[in-house]
Design a protein around this ligand. Structure first.
Ligand code: MSP
Length: 524
């Protein structure tokens, strides 16, 4: 069985996760569920990035020790992922003992091999980003990543010799076209960082102590990014007594990262792996961001929305559908109360829920709930819908494989619309009135195709919206073992009986009321 190891970034436990931060994890979970349906042996990793000055400061603000602070945050993160049905296999915390030990060993390996050397660092430091910048990297004298103030700092420090690996990295990019998705991010890395010349990276700090100490020189704390990036290895037991998971799952098939942390994953991380003589991940997928009309989500701007707020009112699947549907491959996605309510009412309620509801009630009305069998001699309308059924499977599979998640959902929804149109084309209510054999066969065929398509839709949406998929299959009376491979297996439609009365799976929202409701949430 092929394996599939997918990771999310490990999050800073510096407060409540909003829908933007939750996006990476929802996406990873969806990809994992998809691969699982395709029969892969899957492993998903997520967790928390608990060290560093920022966390130390946050703990102080709350009058807690850093460890107490991160313990509380970890519990909140785990609760949220449970609520969101995130099916991770491992939740790593960088304060975990096995991780700390492995990072210390990695540092000593780098030292012993001469990849890390001791020197002195002077530069402009951005505290929130925990990053040093050179004079030329600053934008208007501020941090180029977050735009905040920076301060001049100087310290004895260890450096990683990045320059040594620059050409090797470039060669790797050029010989591994699937390594970075999307392509334009690769070009950005080459043009903005590699071509101008890589700087050696300062990999220790002495200005604070909440971090992993260098074994051979404990007044130095290991830089959070070196500590954090290696989590993808240590979570599998790398350099521990039990490295069976590491042997089985490394290299990662996909690292998912937001665009703000691309540089760390596309430059430093592969170089660290090269220095450890380990294979590189197969693909690093860099996704865009979730924004608000007036820019980044931020509590101080009063424009934040938290996933649990949407889930509590509209359900998990509607929330996930919106998140996954709204971030296109080449642009940021936008959250607005209006678009959330519109997607809910049009896509989920009008298109999907009504299709299921109409089908279940017609089969009850015309065939006492029993799904008719199909003679196998399609007329023109059936021919067309059958072609669409075959095509959508390939389309959706290809799009997900290319990480075009919003487009994959769009393809499924076009198919839902096509199926709704099929009802209008065949007019089953007229066929049912006409008492002749020909029309009766057409009516049977129509009901059969509707159930076939709904079953297919339920499987296609399953990685994205598992609860809805279950509800649909339940209403259709389907209780097979669901897999992507059985999408084409129409023998599984024999002898089905739909439930006597299907409740709508999504109910229309009163748009104005709900838009106001969400606007109020954003101000809280
Ligand atoms: N701790 C680092 C990652 C270390 S990985 C070895 C970190 N943490 S984070 O909490 O700041 O961000 C976690 C993820 O959330 C990142 O992938 C980031 O891009 C993503 N997002 C944060 N805000 C986001 C949006 N508004 N929209 C989409 N993703 C966003 O970075």
């Amino acid at each position: 069985m092929d394996k599939y190891y997918i990771t999310t970034p490990i999050y800073y436990p510096s407060g409540r996760f909003h829908i933007g931060t939750a996006y990476t994890t929802v996406l990873a979970d969806t990809l994992k569920k998809y691969k699982k349906l395709r029969g892969y042996d899957t492993f998903m990793l997520t967790g928390l990035d608990e060290h560093g000055q920022k966390i130390q400061d946050k703990a102080k603000e709350s009058n807690l020790s850093p460890q107490e602070y991160v313990d509380i945050q970890a519990k909140a993160a785990i609760d949220l992922w449970r609520k969101m049905d995130i099916s991770y296999n491992k939740f790593i915390r960088t304060t975990d003992d096995y991780h700390v030990k492995a990072v210390q060993k990695i540092f000593e390996i780098f030292l012993a091999n001469g990849d890390i050397y001791k020197g002195e660092y002077e530069g402009w430091y951005c505290k929130p980003c925990e990053s040093y910048f050179t004079e030329t990297q600053l934008v208007d004298g501020k941090c180029p990543d977050c735009g905040r103030d920076v301060s001049k700092m100087k310290e004895e420090a260890y450096f990683f010799n990045m320059k040594k690996y620059a050409q090797k990295l470039l060669d790797y990019y050029n010989t591994h076209p699937d390594f970075i998705v999307p392509e334009y991010t690769k070009q950005e890395m080459i043009n903005n960082f590699i071509k101008p010349g890589l700087e050696d990276l300062c990999v220790t700090r002495t200005s604070f102590d909440w971090g992993i100490k260098v074994l051979s020189d404990p007044k130095h704390v290991i830089y959070v990014w070196l500590d954090a990036l290696t989590n993808y290895l240590t979570a599998l037991g790398y350099l521990s007594d039990d490295n069976s998971l590491f042997k089985k799952y490394w290299p990662a098939d996909v690292h998912l990262v937001g665009k703000d942390i691309a540089r760390f994953h596309l430059i430093y991380w592969p170089i660290f792996l090269m220095a450890l003589d380990l294979p590189l991940p197969k693909t690093i997928f860099v996704h865009n961001w979730f924004m608000m009309k007036d820019g980044k989500m931020s509590k101080s701007k009063g424009n934040v929305i938290y996933p649990e707020q949407l889930i509590d009112r509209y359900g998990l699947d509607a929330t996930k559908y919106f998140l996954l549907r709204e971030v296109p491959m080449s642009q940021d996605g936008l959250f607005s109360p209006e678009s959330f309510v519109e997607r809910y009412n049009y896509d989920l309620c009008n298109d999907l829920s009504n299709l299921l509801n109409r089908t279940v009630s017609m089969i009850n009305k015309y065939f006492s709930g029993k799904v008719p069998s199909y003679s196998g001699t399609p007329n023109d309308v059936d021919n067309d819908i059958e072609n669409c059924s075959k095509k959508v499977i390939d389309d959706v599979t290809n799009l997900i494989d290319k990480f075009e998640i919003a487009n994959a959902l769009q393809a499924i929804w076009s198919y839902i619309s096509r199926t709704n149109k099929y009802i209008d084309e065949t007019c089953p209510w007229i066929l049912a009135k006409n008492e002749n054999d020909d029309d009766f066969i057409k009516l049977q065929s129509c009901m059969y195709h509707l159930v076939a398509n709904l079953r297919e839709i339920a499987i296609l949406i399953r990685p994205f919206m598992t609860i809805t998929s279950d509800n649909m299959l339940n209403q259709l009376g389907i209780n097979e073992n669901i897999s992507w491979g059985s999408l084409n297996d129409y023998t599984l439609l024999n002898d089905l009986k739909v439930i006597p009365k299907g409740e709508p799976i999504f109910m229309r929202l009163k748009a104005d009321e709900e838009i106001n409701y969400i606007q109020d949430l954003m101000k809280k």
